[in-house]
Design a protein. Structure first.
Lengths: 116, 107
């Protein structure tokens, strides 16, 4: 069965960077895109960007352009989301999701807390 | 980028009621519109894809319609387990956007 397993919770100081991983199994990794979506406490879903796991093409939300980098390691069937220059407003649960237009499989979420 | 306006932001309904949520896109997105359900502490769950297609395993009381800029999501016969927040999501020109969400409560 399709599974996306994300790395564990992180606590970071303002100005730092965080890298969250998303390991896929149960399907051919390079056949699907992986997207990243975040949710601040008590807030809605916010799309950040995606990577074509086959060719590495990326597309980012304008809001995060320049601050987010999504990469993948096909040998490990793993996608990564790197977010830099963190502020308290980046405190959120970060989800990866497999997509073909719609997000039909999701990771369990990774809580990133930004605090001094 | 395409903006999504979802309404209402919250609503209260009784078991058995018909519940309607709408989403309006800022430009024509054809039928590139999906609906999700999210319960507290859980990842979202896909319910409807491409505006009107029911995802496998989703109860038939959930339905979606629309195209272009105006979309509707309906629960026909609200059940207690439908308490959740619902989101629309569009995909157009390789960019994606979620609506603001609708928090559904039981009266």
């Amino acid at each position: 069965q399709v599974q996306l397993v994300q790395s564990g919770a992180e606590v970071k100081k303002p100005g730092a960077s965080v890298k969250v991983s998303c390991q896929a199994s149960g399907y051919t990794f390079t056949n699907f895109a992986i997207h990243w979506v975040r949710q601040a406490p008590g807030q809605g879903l916010e799309w950040m960007g995606w990577i074509n796991a086959g060719n590495g093409y990326t597309k980012y939300s304008q809001k995060f352009q320049g601050r987010v980098t999504i990469t993948r390691d096909t040998s490990a069937s793993t996608a990564y989301m790197d977010l830099s220059s963190l502020t308290s407003e980046d405190t959120a649960i970060y989800y990866c999701a497999r997509a073909t237009g719609n997000f039909n499989y999701w990771g369990q979420g990774t809580l990133v807390t930004v605090s001094s | 980028d395409v903006q999504m306006t979802q309404s209402p932001s919250s609503l209260s309904a009784s078991v058995g009621d018909r519940v309607t949520i709408t989403c309006q896109a800022s430009e024509d997105i054809n039928t590139s519109l999906n609906w999700y359900q999210q319960k507290p502490g859980k990842a979202p769950r896909l319910l409807i894809y491409d505006a009107s297609n029911l995802e496998t395993g989703v109860p038939s009381r959930f339905s979606g319609s629309g195209s272009g800029t105006d979309f509707t999501f309906i629960i026909s016969g609200l059940q207690p387990e439908d308490i959740a927040t619902y989101y629309c999501q569009q995909y157009d020109n390789l960019l994606y956007t979620f609506g603001q969400g609708t928090k559904l409560e039981i009266k």
